[in-house]
Design a protein around this ligand. Sequence first.
Ligand code: NAD
Ligand code: MG
Length: 402
Amino acid sequence: MGRRPMTQGITVLGATGSIGMSTLDVLRRHQDRFRVVALSGNSRLDRLLEQCIEFQPSYVSVADERSAESLDIELQRHGLHTIRIVTGVEGLELISGLPQISHVMAAIVGAAGLRPALAAARAGKTILLANKEALVMSGQIFMDIAQRHGAKLLPIDSEHNAIFQCMPPVHEQAINWRSLGVKKILLTASGGPFRKTPLEELRFMSPAQAVAHPNWSMGRKISVDSASMMNKGLEVIEACWLFNCTPDQIEVVVHPQSIIHSMVEYIDGSVLAQLGNPDMRTPIAHALAWPERIVSGVGSLDLFAVAKLDFERADFNRYPCLRLAMDAMRAGGIATAVLNAANEIAVQAFLMEQIGFTDIPSVIEERLARMPSSPSDSLEAIFKADEWARSDAQQHVARLMN
Ligand code: NAD
Ligand code: MG
């Protein structure tokens, strides 16, 4: 009690993204508590440079040699001669397992985040997991590796962070529902920007309309996922792994205000909820300090301004991606890796205006129908399924463009 913790080293993967920037904003307020040892960024080198100047990490990881060379010139120009630049997947893996860090913020988007997150798990780090795609692709393998190496997984996704806060405090990874009296998880969803759009107009929705989320400001991929509710589907899968349950123990509740971030129902009828302003700095600060609390920069929730909270059932006709994800989780095996890969290709094609919004579920559904019956017991098998689904989805996209 009252003891000031030692400075903890942290690696921020995906530092230039939406979650990465919010993470650095929280860390900026707690420089006595955390030292940023490593940063990674893929495309926004200007932003990465600014972050290097401010936080002076020991390592920075970029995509390739070309980016490394141009960043190096800038770092030298700013007198930053000691920052070591690493590249590619190996670079990301290296900075995720450094001995001088205890925490890794896993905030790379998509399948690219899996290998570095696994490296952090193998090194037994405390992993602040924003990259939900890692668990969707290889939940069982990821959880096993984390457990074997004593890595702690703390969810950053606002819903999972809320559920974690509402669950009874268990300090091991696996949650035994029966002995803890947990009945079900109520996973909230905003419904995204197209909650009220007439169904027949959905196919005309543009990327700009899809990424204009009513409550949250996020990266482009997750914003499209929110509009299609694939994001909620990925979150159902993520919750099954994090909280040791099946899709049937999870109920999706559309809650357009995004004030309740999710709930846990107990067998005695109690329902515990976590509320707050929709700002990712709250879950980030929670996970950074857990089991303590630190300020995040997020203002108080003004319930009088919110005034009212609404709830609706999720409509699978409006959000076919949600059903596809839940079915993939029930099917098990490589299905969720195939779902994730096909979704990444479809979303990218939609953002590039190559396919329409309602083509996204078609591209995914067809991959799930056509997927080979291969095992899912190794990382190699997962990456093979990922690769197959990407190239098969790409061919579907090419057909739709003609
Ligand atoms: P973003 O697009 O804003 O940022 C992504 C980051 O990953 C960037 O730093 C980018 O440089 C890096 N990156 C992209 N491709 C890469 C690659 N191939 N190799 C290495 N690095 C790469 O995304 P975001 O919104 O910050 O989301 C990050 C993750 O967090 C996603 O998995 C998302 O689902 C999850 N998440 C985000 C939010 C949110 O509010 N933004 C909320 C919950 C969960
Ligand atoms: Mg979420």
